[in-house]
Design a protein around this ligand. Structure first.
Ligand SMILES: [Zn+2]
Length: 502
């Protein structure tokens, strides 16, 4: 049995060894990101980015994130995709080309690279869903469609958060290791797959109310702003938040440490959220903002106008904040923590617009992401605080592509194609041929990564390590880049086997 004295001796020896191996000065002065900001355009690929850019400026690459110094590409496949391609998923022997094969899909997404023969069928054959994709960024693990930071195969044991299949997320890890404040923002219900994967764990993304209870009662992030409001008129819809959780927020059960603000008829949502964020920041409290449509969960979509030469996007309602306003409110609260913060903010409506093959609302929701990125860049640039690009990592990306949209004819600023109806047949929607759609579902096309700030070079270092001879980064590698940038490197849980360069 080890005596107290020998235990102390061992601790002293360990401390000496550590000091010898790692000079204290290096640990103190190594530059790290104290602010990690991940902005997501759900279901967005480069053709959607170009479409919104054309609408806003008449040019293809003029969005705010197109100006960032790091620009790369990402493979997004999940375990379900891998197995549909004929692989038997073994995390210790992954064959990356079974998830995404550059020889079939291309080294770069179209139109940055050529459209390969058969690419369309390949891309539409199998693709990740939002839950498994967000799990890769949140945990560094690949998993099955529908899993929220939970291991593939849905085991009840064997995860790394508790003694079950749940996976500790980047938000939980950075809070634990570095004392970061953590927050999630979404324009779709806060219990939807993308925000949920960062602050909840579940075998199914469909368990909305259980996910909401875990977020609000157990994980308790410093900021939660999203859709899912049960509604202020008619029959309330408690599909996205449990009636008891909503009642607790309303009754002030969490008032001692949380400021709650919600959509209200006739109230300017941005102003109310801004006031709530100021109060939460001043009083050192958490912020929960619940918005969305009166019936159902999403924020109302901005409405773009067809005005050649004079693009204009109108708010559908002022009762919800915009994506940019919600993201800034979150930053205002999170930035109070001198130890740092992690924020994931999702423009989740791009995916919905794409599922509907709805070009107009795809343009307006990508423009909403563009506004949000611009607001975040301005926030970091703002003088007078200790938030700068030296201690902040900003990443903008998409969890998967959607709809296999292709631009047939570039439109000028302010121009929208004739769009006959929201629910028409794929080939009948756009009689002018300005645009075509290949499906109403997700695709396995590469998505884009944009980044700026501390740790950007780590992204560069990951390029091609799963796919030699390419610049492709696997989505699980973004988790490792963010953790390493924040000074908390994590040993990769996945091992790709070497594949040949294309
Ligand atoms: Zn998605």
């Amino acid at each position: 049995m080890m005596t107290r004295r020998s235990a102390l001796n061992l601790a002293a020896i360990a401390a000496t060894t550590l000091l010898a191996a790692l000079p204290a000065q290096a640990a103190d002065t190594a530059p790290v990101a104290r602010h990690v900001i991940l902005l997501i355009g759900d279901g967005m690929n480069i053709e959607h980015e170009i479409a919104a850019s054309q609408y806003l400026s008449g040019k293809p690459f003029s969005l705010s994130f197109h100006q960032l110094p790091y620009q790369g590409v990402q493979a997004t496949w999940d375990v379900t995709t891998y197995e549909r391609h004929g692989g038997r998923y073994d995390p210790q022997a992954i064959v990356p080309t079974l998830g995404y094969d550059p020889a079939k899909g291309g080294l770069l997404p179209y139109p940055l690279g050529p459209e390969l023969d058969g690419a369309r069928a390949y891309h539409l054959g199998a693709a990740t869903d939002s839950a498994s994709s967000a799990t890769t960024w949140a945990t560094g693990y690949k998993t099955d469609d529908g899993n929220i930071s939970w291991l593939s195969g849905d085991p009840d044991r064997g995860g790394n958060r508790r003694d079950d299949g749940s996976l500790k997320t980047i938000a939980e890890r950075l809070r634990e290791a570095r004392g970061f404040a953590i927050g999630v923002v979404s324009t779709v219900p806060f219990t939807h797959a993308t925000p949920a994967a960062f602050v909840a764990h579940d075998k199914s993304r469909k368990h909305y109310t259980a996910i909401g209870s875990e977020i609000l009662q157990r994980t308790r992030p410093d900021v939660v702003i999203g859709g899912g409001h049960p509604g202020t008129s008619g029959r309330p819809d408690f599909g996205f938040i449990a009636e008891t959780d909503y009642a607790d927020l309303k009754s002030g059960r969490y008032a001692a440490d949380t400021v709650f603000v919600e959509r209200q008829a006739g109230t300017d949502g941005a102003q109310a959220l801004q006031a709530a964020a100021r109060r939460a920041a001043a009083e050192g409290k958490k912020l929960v903002g619940l918005y969305g449509k009166k019936q159902g969960g999403l924020f109302d979509w901005p409405e773009p106008q067809h005005r050649p030469g004079a693009p204009r996007i109108e708010r559908a309602t002022t009762e919800n904040p915009s994506y940019a306003e919600a993201t800034l409110a979150a930053l205002q609260v999170l930035a109070r923590n001198p130890r740092g913060f992690f924020l994931m903010a999702e423009q989740g409506d791009i995916d919905w617009a794409n599922h509907n093959n709805d070009y107009r609302h795809m343009v307006s929701t990508v423009a909403s992401l563009h506004d949000g990125v611009k607001a975040v860049v301005d926030f970091v640039d703002r003088p007078g605080d200790d938030i700068s690009w030296d201690n902040t990592l900003l990443i903008i990306t998409a969890d998967h592509s959607n709809s296999y949209m292709r631009i047939g004819k570039a439109l000028g600023a302010g121009e929208l194609p004739e769009q006959r109806s929201d629910d028409c047949n794929l080939t009948r929607c756009y009689p002018g041929g300005e645009v075509s759609y290949g499906s109403g579902g997700h695709s396995n096309e590469l998505t884009r990564i944009y980044a700026r700030g501390q740790g950007t070079e780590l992204l560069k270092a990951q390029e091609g390590s799963w796919y030699p001879g390419t610049r492709i980064v696997d989505n699980t590698q973004l988790f490792h880049v963010m953790m390493q940038a924040a000074g908390v490197p994590v040993e990769p849980a996945l091992k790709p086997v070497p594949v040949a360069a294309p």
